[in-house]
Each structure stands twice: as structure tokens, then as C-alpha cells.
Write a protein that binds this ligand. Structure first.
Ligand code: GTP
Length: 585
């Protein structure tokens, strides 16, 4: 939270609108809550308000959920500068998990406002598209300190005229998807946005549905969220009694028993990585999901800020189902990290995690021919942290009983642990080093090794400097041996060639023929290790134990022994085009 607070605690923000003399301090700060379903136009409205209300001193609280945060890039920099105070709550949803953070933020603002440390005319709170505004409203009536400094002035619900009806129907028919309805039910003003995308008939239908849900709210049809400021700000139109009356609820019921309407079927997958994105490949990748109605219906929202190859400007992408809005925006800052960020929000996102995070359907890495996205790294999903070390240890222990250590690999073990714990394949990719350590500890502790293990020499690299030193020495020795081997082979070959040449020349001289030289030129080149031998060695996953000398594999393959190298997971990966890239987390 407080990622972009513009004023240090106790210090004014220095940014002046040049009207301090005319500032009339309100008794309580009016709060405008912006709500509305995913992609309905909340950020568009926020940008519009900040632009239009530049003579007002506003504190902005933005809430964003998702593995990757994008909205900061979507609120234009010049508009960010117009806000007196900007606080991002991005550790969860404001209507449930970060309500405490919201209260804390309001306390901080309230204290500085009351003491005159900061001059403010109002507060804007932008909720996530998945948030129910009711618990946020609740905050303003249950917390005495918040109540002293603030009052809810207006709850503005944005409705997408094109997709809104479908969302409301879905929401009405299924209580577990009640978010869209709750957003309207708890609002005092509804902006029926994106009227450019529908005809009058569709507009009337959505209006009718909104009225059914909330007869008291004013409905304002608009485009690009452009509604008269006089209808949005300092209007004192939010009336909790009226709202509760419409919901057949009394205040005590609302205070004690209201449970937020959260659509649990919606989740997100985020990607954050460096590198250049190939525009063409990226569009093809999107086409696969957004060009067809049947897949696009699952993608409620896709947002991205990308570093496109060949451009010094940020590329911003915004999709709501099949609708794509995209283009180059401001230039990347000179010292700014050119990081790609993309988030997919919708239904059925988790089963698609692998394909969405690995890029264009398994085309790992940007390729010379312009296809491939670059390596989307694995992004740590929150639930991975929920699996405890004890759970992992217990599964590892079970799996190590009676296994054939010769063929067992960390990758296979990881996959088995994931299956045992009911996770998706790849979910534990980030915890491979933990798994490796657990395996090492288990193997070292095994008092009665399995019959298979008895026969085998189990190599357990020792952690710490000593182990590393040993490993380094081994690698050096391997390299030296290899070079010597290649040199020796090369010398032997030279000798052999010279000998053959000598014999051939002698023979030719004897026979008076000259073609022999040609034959020699087409002869085999000296044996040498393939240029990409190292990579090839890394491609295969290392077995857990060193094979017996009689079945020795090339040393290279064993150099990653128990170091957690695995295919299909994070870490060092070999690309389909032969390149090797380290995936970031
Ligand atoms: N055609 C059309 N597009 C609009 C209109 N208003 C906003 N948009 C576009 O709709 C997309 C979503 O707008 P946002 O303002 O980001 O929506 P949001 O509600 O903040 O989205 P989330 O925060 O992700 O829930 C953007 O690409 C906007 O440019 C409009 O009136 N007509």
C-alpha cells in the first residue's frame, strides 16, 4: 500500500495549485466512490475527473488486485500529478482483504487534514472491478474516526452499455456472481458508459435492468465517462437509508450481517518480464483467445504495458472480451526499467496459466523469424506460498520410499508432489530448490536405504562453500579433460591424415595420378565437441543419483545433480530454437 504517496507523513506535498488563499476547508471531506464491473470505465472516469477538477485538491485511493499491477500505468502521469495525494492499495481487494489498509489510509489522511497539514477538497476511491462497494460504504459508518473526518458524498457505478446487461443477467441468476448487481444496488449515480457501442434499443434494455436493481439512483448515459461534474462531485446524493430501503435491509442488519458479493469464479494470471516483445507474434497470441466469441467470453479483462521491439514508447493494451484498445503512449523514461506487464482476468484462467505465461502456445523466447514472445516468466501465484514446508517434506518422504533413484528426477518428484497436493502442474516450479533440499535431507537421513539405493552410489552435494568449491573443481577438471581429449583427438587425426597423405602421395607418385589431393579435402574434419554441447547437456534433466561407472552418461548431464534443474519448470530453460534463457520470477 501507499506505493505512490506523494506527501511524506507530516509534510505537505509542495505541489501547489496557486489558490491557497481561496481554500475553504470542508467540515468533513466528501468521498466519491467509483465502482463498476471490470472494464466499465472507472479509470477513464478517474482520469477525466482529475483533468476537469484540476482546481480541486483531491486525495486518490486506488485499489487493484492481481498478480501484476498495471493501473498505475493507466492513470496518466499528468493526471497523477494533479492528485494531491495518491495511494495505491494493491495487496488485495478493498472490500475484503485490505479493508484494514483502507481504514489506516483514511486515518492518516484524516489526521493530516484535521491538523491542517494537508489541504483537501475531497477523496476519490476507485474500487476494483470485482469489488462490492457495500463494505467500503460500511467503513464510513462503523469506524468513528473515519466518520469524524469523512462522509460518503456519491457512489458512482459505471456500467458498460455493451457488456453490462449480460453481466447483470449473469449476476442476477447466480448469487455467487452477485458483484455486478451489488455495484448498482449500492450506488447513488449510475454512469451508463460506452453508449457509442450500442443502439437505442440495447441502451433502453440496460437502463430498464438498472432501474429494477436501484430505482433511486440517477442514470446518466455517457461516452468516455464524460458526465457533468456537478452530478458527480459535492452533490451529497448518497443516502444510505434509501439504498438499504431498496435492498429491504435495515442498518443494523447491514452493519452486522452483510457479506461482500464476490465472484469467486474470476481469477487472474499475471506476467512481468523484461525483454522486447514482438508485436506480430503478440497480436497472433491475443487473436487465439480474443478473436473467437467462445474463448473471449472467459477473458473479462486483459491489460498490458509492453516494451515492443523497435519502439521507444510504451505500448498499452486494454481488452474487454473481444474489444481491443491498444496503442503506443508516452516514451519510456531514460532510467525507467522497460518491463513488460500483462494481466489476464477472467474465468478459467488457472488451467490456462501455462500457455498464458509461457507465451505464444509454447513458442518460448523471441525467435529470429519474429515469432515467439520472449520468455514470460513464471509468476508466483499466491496459493503457492500456502503449501507449508512440512507438507512438502511429508510428500517427499512418501515419494522417496522404494523409488528407483536412478531414473527419478526433481522434475518428476515435483510433478508427483503437485498431483498429491491437488495443485496444477508447474505450481511448485518456484519451490524446486526447497524440494531439492528436502530430498537431500531425506536421502542423507535414510537409515535403511532401499535395496535399489544400496546398490547405487548416492551423491548428495553438500550445501555451503565447501560443496561449491568441490563442484567448481569438478567442473574445471571436466573442462580441462574435455579440452585435452579434443586436442588429443585432433592431433591423432592430424597424424593420421599426414600419414595417409604421405602414403597417398607416394602411391600417386608411383602411379602418376593427381586426384588424391581432392579426396583428402573432402575427408572428415577432426572430431570436436559440438559447439552447443554444454546446452545439450543442460537440456536433459539430471537423474537423482550418479549411475554406476559401467552405465556412465556424459559428465555434463550429471553436473546439475540435485541442483534442481528440471524441464517444464522455472530456472534455466532451453528454448525450442536452441537458445538458453533464465526465466525470472
Ligand atoms: N468505446 C468506448 N470505449 C471506452 C469508453 N469508455 C472507456 N472505454 C475504454 O474501455 C476500456 C476500459 O476502460 P477503463 O476505464 O480502464 O475501465 P475500468 O473500469 O477502469 O477497468 P478495470 O479497472 O480493469 O475494471 C479502455 O480501453 C477505455 O478506453 C467509451 O465510452 N466507449
Amino acid at each position: 500500500m501507499d506505493k505512490r504517496r506523494k506527501t511524506d507523513e507530516g509534510h505537505g506535498h509542495g505541489h501547489s495549485h496557486g489558490y491557497s488563499n481561496s481554500y475553504a476547508r470542508p467540515a468533513r471531506l466528501p468521498v466519491t466512490v467509483l465502482t463498476g464491473y471490470l472494464g466499465a470505465g472507472k479509470t477513464t472516469l478517474l482520469n477525466y475527473i482529475l483533468r476537469e477538477q484540476h482546481d480541486k485538491k483531491l486525495a486518490v485511493i486506488e485499489n487493484e488486485i492481481g498478480e501484476v499491477s498495471i493501473d498505475d500505468a493507466l492513470v496518466e502521469q499528468k493526471h497523477q500529478d494533479m492528485a494531491e495525494e495518491l495511494v495505491l492499495l494493491d495487496n488485495g481487494c478493498i472490500c475484503c482483504t485490505v479493508r484494514g489498509d483502507l481504514i489506516q489510509t483514511l486515518h492518516n489522511i484524516g489526521k493530516r487534514f484535521a491538523s491542517g497539514q494537508v489541504q483537501l477538497d475531497g477523496v476519490l476511491i476507485e474500487l476494483t472491478g470485482m469489488a462490492d462497494p457495500a463494505p467500503v460504504v460500511q467503513t464510513f459508518i462503523v469506524d468513528p474516526e473515519v466518520q469524524r473526518s469523512f462522509m460518503v458524498d456519491n457512489v458512482v457505478a459505471l456500467v458498460d452499455a455493451l457488456h453490462g446487461l449480460e453481466k447483470l443477467d449473469e449476476s442476477k441468476g447466480d448469487v455467487s456472481k452477485g458483484t455486478a448487481c451489488a455495484q448498482i444496488a449500492f450506488s447513488s449515480t449510475v454512469l451508463l458508459n460506452k453508449i457509442d457501442l450500442v443502439d437505442q434499443m440495447q441502451l433502453d434494455q440496460v437502463k430498464k435492468r438498472i432501474k429494477e436493481l436501484n430505482g433511486a439512483a440517477e442514470i446518466i448515459p455517457c461516452q468516455q465517462a464524460k458526465a457533468p461534474m456537478a452530478k458527480l462531485f459535492n452533490v451529497g446524493c448518497f443516502n444510505l437509508d434509501k439504498v438499504l430501503e431498496e435492498q429491504y435491509m435495515d442498518e443494523s442488519e447491514f452493519r452486522q450481517f452483510y457479506t461482500p458479493k464476490m465472484d469467486k469464479s474470476v481469477s487472474n494470471v499475471g506476467v512481468r518480464c523484461e525483454g522486447q516483445v514482438m508485436m506480430f507474434a503478440f497480436q497472433q497470441f491475443l487473436d487465439r483467445y480474443l478473436d473467437k466469441e467462445e474463448t473471449a467470453k472467459d477473458f473479462l479483462r486483459v491489460k498490458a504495458v509492453l516494451n515492443i521491439a523497435g519502439s521507444d514508447r510504451k505500448f498499452v493494451l486494454q481488452c474487454v472480451h473481444m474489444l481491443r484498445n491498444q496503442g503506443f503512449t508516452e516514451p519510456w523514461g531514460k532510467t525507467e526499467k522497460r518491463e513488460n506487464r500483462i494481466i489476464f482476468i477472467g474465468r478459467g484462467m488457472q488451467p490456462r496459466r501455462l500457455e498464458l505465461t509461457e507465451g505464444a502456445g509454447g513458442a518460448h523466447g523471441a525467435k529470429d523469424d519474429g515469432t515467439g514472445l520472449g520468455a514470460w516468466p513464471w509468476v508466483r501465484a499466491p496459493w503457492m506460498a500456502d503449501v507449508t514446508v512440512d507438507q512438502l517434506r511429508a510428500e517427499v518422504r512418501k515419494l522417496l520410499v522404494g523409488i528407483d533413484l536412478k531414473t527419478f528426477t526433481i522434475g518428476k518428484l515435483r510433478a508427483s508432489v503437485e498431483t498429491a497436493l491437488g495443485l496444477n502442474q508447474g505450481d511448485l516450479a518456484e519451490r524446486k530448490s526447497e524440494l531439492t533440499e528436502l530430498v537431500q535431507a531425506e536421502l542423507a537421513n535414510q537409515e535403511t536405504p532401499t535395496p535399489a539405493a544400496k546398490k547405487q552410489k548416492v551423491e548428495v552435494p553438500k550445501p555451503g562453500a565447501q560443496g561449491k568449491e568441490k563442484k567448481d573443481k569438478k567442473v574445471k577438471k571436466e573442462k580441462k579433460d574435455k579440452v585435452e581429449k579434443v586436442e588429443k583427438k585432433s592431433k591423432d587425426k592430424d597424424k593420421k591424415q599426414k600419414k595417409e597423405k604421405h602414403e597417398a602421395t607416394a602411391e600417386a607418385e608411383a602411379m602418376g595420378e593427381a586426384e588424391v589431393e581432392e579426396d583428402m579435402e573432402t575427408g572428415d574434419a577432426p572430431d570436436a565437441a559440438p559447439a552447443n554441447a554444454e546446452e545439450e547437456g543442460l537440456e536433459a534433466e539430471a537423474p537423482l543419483v550418479e549411475p554406476e561407472p559401467d552405465e556412465k552418461e556424459p559428465e555434463k548431464k550429471r553436473s546439475g545433480l540435485l541442483s534442481g534443474s528440471e524441464d517444464g519448470g522455472a530456472g534455466t530453460k532451453k528454448h525450442v530454437d536452441g537458445g538458453e534463457k533464465t526465466m525470472e520470477h
